[in-house]
Write a protein that binds this ligand. Structure first.
Ligand code: COA
Length: 317
């Protein structure tokens, strides 16, 4: 279903900004990543999104394609970012069918609330595998294409002028702010996101000389996302809002605009950075989520478990 442009992109950007560019995105059927891709497609890019769920990924691709008549958006399902071969095949197909990979968004992530006591070794590992290894696998599968694109779209370092072909050779890792201040029941996610940030910084240094830029976008509380619904129980919504410096939740458009900034010429000298898009939320010590029936430290002291934890279904520790 076509989504009004104002839902996913501000009016600041000119149409055609990303003509002849190709974006490859993991987790592209998710609420945030699909808005990022939709914005790039609206502005001229073709796209390939990958995900585990075949139907969801293919339907999201069709939906995203409505952002611009004539756009090509491929949805490749049954791709688990924990499996390097899956990703390699998808990246190769993207480059073959769409001609290149100029931009990558490593967005696939796993999340649930559970205390350390309740996390089995396998539960912890699952999130690390999806987030950290998944990001690494995405990087490895797309790097040759990013390097090729970086070379083709190189900024002339003597002038320095943007390439007449526009920008290319850029990757964004989608992370979070959870690990800056730490949050109860999110140890697995905090460790994973810290790893993703470190990976991105390393990419910036190792591949900058080859024309590739790497940055992190760290979304804060973004409305209507699965993540926020989990972290912010409805009974705590009002008090949480009062604690927010800008008095509102973020929108997927806020994240999409940040993506356009980093991928267009405006981001050509920005690499190795974390762009936090959170309305200063994480800086508010009173802004911690997991209130309501997950109140800190009451739940920990009560000896009661975090509700709905499925850990230890298979593994014993
Ligand atoms: N609380 C605690 N442990 C949980 C859990 C929960 N809510 N959900 C799953 N786990 C545990 C499982 O019990 C299992 O551990 P065990 O073998 O010790 O029983 C382990 O995590 C792996 O679970 P499984 O369902 O086999 O993994 P999966 O690979 O199918 O799913 C998850 C990965 C767990 C991250 C799942 O939540 C997921 O697929 N998430 C993707 C979507 C998502 O989280 N999006 C959020 C974006 S913010």
């Amino acid at each position: 279903m076509p989504v009004p442009k104002s839902d996913y992109l501000s009016d600041s950007w000119r149409d055609g900004l990303f003509t002849n560019k190709v974006v490859f995105c993991t987790g592209g059927a998710g609420t945030i990543c699909s808005a990022q891709v939709r914005a790039l497609v609206h502005l001229g890019a073709d796209a390939c999104i990958v995900g585990r769920n075949v139907e969801k990924t293919e339907a999201a691709a069709k939906d995203i394609a409505t952002a611009r008549p004539g756009s090509k958006v491929i949805g490749i399902g049954a791709v688990d970012v924990r499996k390097p071969d899956d990703l390699q095949k998808a990246a190769d197909r993207c480059a073959k069918e769409l001609g290149a990979i100029d931009f990558v968004i490593a967005g696939a992530a796993g999340n649930f609330l559970a205390s350390i006591n309740q996390l089995s070794v396998n539960a912890f590992k699952s999130v690390i595998d999806i987030d950290v290894l998944g990001s690494f696998n995405t990087l490895k599968a797309t790097l040759p294409y990013l390097i090729e694109s970086g070379k083709k779209h190189a900024v002339d370092s003597k002038s320095p002028k943007p390439s007449p072909l526009g920008p290319g050779g850029r990757i964004i890792f989608v992370s979070a702010t959870i690990h800056y201040r730490t949050m109860p029941f999110q140890s697995h996610v905090a460790v994973a996101k810290a790893g993703i940030d470190a990976l991105s910084h390393s990419v910036a240094i190792e591949f900058g000389p080859l024309g590739v830029t790497s940055n992190v976008i760290a979304p804060g509380p973004i409305g209507q996302t699965e993540g926020l619904e989990r972290l912010l129980p409805s009974d705590t919504f009002e008090s949480y809002m009062k604690s927010q410096p800008l008095g509102r939740l973020g929108t997927v458009r806020d994240i999409a605009d940040a993506t356009v900034y980093l991928f267009s010429d405006t981001g050509s000298y920005v690499t190795g950075q974390v762009l936090v898009v959170d309305g200063a939320s994480w800086r508010m010590s009173a802004g911690s989520t997991t209130g309501g029936n997950l109140s800190y430290p009451d739940l920990l002291l009560s000896g009661q478990p975090v509700p709905n934890v499925k850990t230890g279904r298979r593994s014993k520790i």
